[in-house]
Ligand binder design. Structure first.
Ligand SMILES: C[S@@+](CC[C@H](N)C(=O)[O-])C[C@H]1O[C@@H](n2cnc3c(N)ncnc32)[C@H](O)[C@@H]1O
Length: 714
């Protein structure tokens, strides 16, 4: 379109003056013939192209009984009954933005395509504007609210920080990549509620095309609270879109029992004429529109559900499938979705895993799966749930697949230094550097360290130790920690504290052992959230706490070994006890966490503080789960690396080992007990390294590796 000269002049003038253009130009200036489009502040079709390697942290596989090995014997190790080959399901910890971009263009893409591609995506994003990552967790006899971690808060801010605009930007970018990942005959189900359904519909129309909208499913549930000043909000909407015109749809798999039509006392039928055919099959006959054709429906064939689903209840407090995850969806809902839009052996994916409902149902229905979440607590909840699914399937004599837990690991150096992976060098401007400096300054002053300059990774000094600080919005990766140790060796520094909000899974204690073997005393400390609270910093209440530690004792019986968990210490502090005490109402009480103790504080009705009551009676109250790999060094972590020039992939050992989950004990909602001694496991004679992993009630993991000699002493 050629604009008149006066319009061109006006536009130029406005641009020169740095003023916004009037709305009418939006449609005149751009070569796009869309008549309707949802636009929000900052909308862009750019998607992140960061590829981060997936790092395998843990491999979980219940040993199979011999009888089950015969069917696909080549897939399994005959001595251990564990899966050796074929697809392994994936539970990934990380922001799905980077999970998606890394799946799209990284080495896993080939494996996905070799397994038929992704046939079904179900997502249930956090659509509640007020929702956060707080969770109720049980400790001993008490329930404690786990506050969100700093990284979770940052993610929450990215999603809801600027209200609907940021939610739309978040979901739009992810949907664009999901479409790319979907197989041609694949479908996507997007679960949302009244707050965002209208907007999500527009975004989905744009990404998947209106012509690929298959259904607007209304899931109605009557349970739960209802307001008295408005009509009860008792449904969610699930948008179903296909990638192209021929999606998988197994209508026969999801049929419901056909309710027989009623006859009155005079034999008159309602809703159709009932009858029985010559084979004794019951049917109902109905005339089509205009009474031109008579349709016969057999009752035993059931009925395809319509788009309003009223037969699936939301999770009730007593439901056996409930795992205490606040946004958990019912398995029956996922069962219908997965049966309808995928076949056995297909790959089903959920990028907002939560408690792992999609993966659990996919496993039960014989599908392959990938699922991801950025909350460690979600990953841990899903891990326990999926182990239980393996155990159940094993007990029923059914097949199941191994799964692995992955980190989005080893961030590139540029990525972690400023955490600005999305920006290129030219954009990484002075303002951002200033922000990083301010962040470091804040942490150093709370840690009571002096700033130092001129180093790659050191930011401060405290007495005779240098101080390095992890990135503001990512967990500290092994690469980061290795870089810190390398700089210590270069500069002849022997004592360093590495401060971070979060550490990659499985990082310690191996990283400290590695540093110590090079003569560097590396101490890892968690940065408390209170560094952002000036009052807390001024009063010296922002406590940097140590990472947890484990004590174990091996017991031997001939060539068999059993591990006893003898101690586990955490040093968490959540909130500032003295502030909480000041804020208590008369007669009120609150539960706080201070230096690894759960404490109940309360005031009497006259406003006097009662003595603090320590609720954590035993060290093992903190332990939610522990597991053992009896031969830690037998499974090397191999990654595929792409050669930038040739585009070829090659395999390389990262220097790490994958924790093979061979035995585990954990608490569930129904059974809060925990075994503190493992089974005896027979091992071949010789020196072995046994790894013990503990996950605490907040979902954070710690590992310890002990050397043992089989046929001798530890
Ligand atoms: C509504 S819940 C999903 C519940 C799940 N359908 C179930 O049945 O348990 C949404 C989940 O998305 C996760 N989440 C939010 N933003 C994310 C992101 N950027 N990357 C990965 N996960 C995210 C949250 O941690 C939360 O567990």
């Amino acid at each position: 379109m050629r604009l008149p000269d006066n319009e061109i002049r006006d536009i130029t003038k406005l641009l020169e003056e740095g003023k916004p253009l009037p709305d009418k130009y939006r449609f005149m200036l751009f070569g796009d013939d869309r008549e309707i489009e949802l636009v929000w502040n900052g909308k862009s079709r750019d998607v992140t192209n960061v590829i981060l390697p997936f790092q395998t942290i843990e491999h979980v596989d219940e040993p199979r009984a011999e009888a089950n090995l015969t069917a696909q014997a080549e897939l399994f190790d005959p001595t251990t009954g564990r899966q050796l080959k074929g697809w392994t399901n994936k539970l990934i910890w990380g922001d799905n933005k980077f999970v998606l971009s890394s799946l799209k263009s990284g080495p896993l893409r080939d494996e996905i395509e070799a397994n038929g591609g992704i046939k079904l995506i179900y997502i249930d994003p956090p659509f509640d504007v007020g929702a956060d990552f707080s969770m109720d967790v049980e400790i001993g006899e008490e329930t404690l609210e786990k506050a969100p971690s700093v990284l979770e808060e940052i993610a929450y801010r990215d999603t809801w920080g600027k209200g609907t605009d940021s939610f739309l930007a978040m979901i739009y970018e992810r949907l664009l990549i999901m479409k790319d990942l979907l197989a041609e005959d694949g479908s996507i189900y997007v679960h949302c509620d009244w707050r965002v359904t209208g907007l999500i519909r527009q975004v989905l129309d744009e990404v998947f095309n209106q012509s690929n909208l298959i259904n607007e499913i209304i899931w109605y549930f009557s349970q739960g609270g209802k307001g008295s000043s408005y009509f009860g909000k008792k449904h969610n909407t699930i948008w179903l879109y296909s990638k192209s015109t021929k999606p998988i749809f197994n209508e026969k798999e999801v049929r419901l029992p056909f309710t027989p039509h009623k006859q009155d006392s005079k034999g008159k039928n309602f809703g159709g004429r009932m009858g029985t055919d010559e084979d004794g099959r019951e049917y109902v006959e109905k005339w089509g529109t205009g009474k031109k054709k008579l349709y016969r429906y057999y009752l035993d064939e059931g009925k395809l559900p319509e788009d309003v689903w009223t037969d699936i209840q939301s999770i009730q407090s007593a439901a056996t499938e409930r795992v205490n995850y606040p946004t958990q969806k019912p398995e029956a809902l996922l069962e219908r979705v997965i049966k309808a839009s995928s076949n056995a052996g297909d790959l089903v994916v959920d990028f907002f895993c939560g408690s792992g409902t999609t993966a659990a149902v996919a496993e039960k229905l014989g599908r392959k799966w990938i699922t991801s979440d950025l909350g460690k607590f979600a990953i841990h909840t899903a891990r326990k749930r999926l182990i239980n699914v393996q155990r159940e399937l094993k007990a029923e004599g059914k097949d199941f697949r191994a799964f692995e837990i992955l980190n989005l690991g080893r961030y590139e150096r540029d990525f972690f230094v400023s955490g600005l992976a999305d920006l290129d060098d030219s954009q990484r401007n002075k303002a951002e550097q200033a922000k990083e400096q301010a962040f470091n300054q804040l942490i150093l002053s709370a840690y009571k360290a002096e700033p130092i300059t001129g180093f790659r990774t050191f930011r401060g000094k405290k007495q005779n130790r240098v101080v390095a600080i992890g990135p503001a919005n990512l967990p500290v990766s092994r690469l980061f920690a290795e870089e810190v140790v390398a700089e210590c060796i270069e500069k002849g520094v022997t004592k360093v504290d590495l401060l971070a909000f979060e550490f990659e899974m499985g990082l310690f204690p191996s990283i400290q052992d590695e540093a110590s073997s090079k003569g560097v005393d590396l101490v890892l400390k968690h940065i408390p959230k209170e560094v952002f609270d000036k009052r807390a910093v001024d009063r010296g209440e922002a406590r940097f706490h140590d990472v947890a530690y484990i004590e174990v004792r091996p017991h031997f019986n001939g060539n068999s070994v059993c591990i006893e968990l003898t101690n586990y210490s955490v040093f968490y502090t959540q909130g500032i006890t003295s502030f909480a005490e000041e804020g208590l109402k008369n007669g009120g009480s609150q539960i706080v966490v201070e230096n690894g103790q759960v404490i109940k504080i309360s005031k009497d009705k006259d406003g006097l503080l009662n003595p603090r009551e320590i609720l954590t009676k035993n060290w093992h109250d903190w332990v939610d789960y522990w597991s053992i790999d009896f031969d830690f060094t037998n499974r090397k972590e191999i990654v595929r690396i792409k050669d930038e020039k040739s585009g070829e992939f090659s395999e390389k050992w990262t220097g790490d080992f994958i924790f093979e989950n061979e035995w585990q004990s954990f608490r569930t909602r129904q059974d809060r007990s925990l075994e503190l001694k493992s089974i005896f496991k027979e091992l071949p004679p010789g020196r072995r390294r046994i790894a013990i992993k503990v996950v605490d009630i907040f979902g954070n993991d710690t590992m310890k590796v002990i050397p043992v000699t089989i046929g001798g002493k530890a």
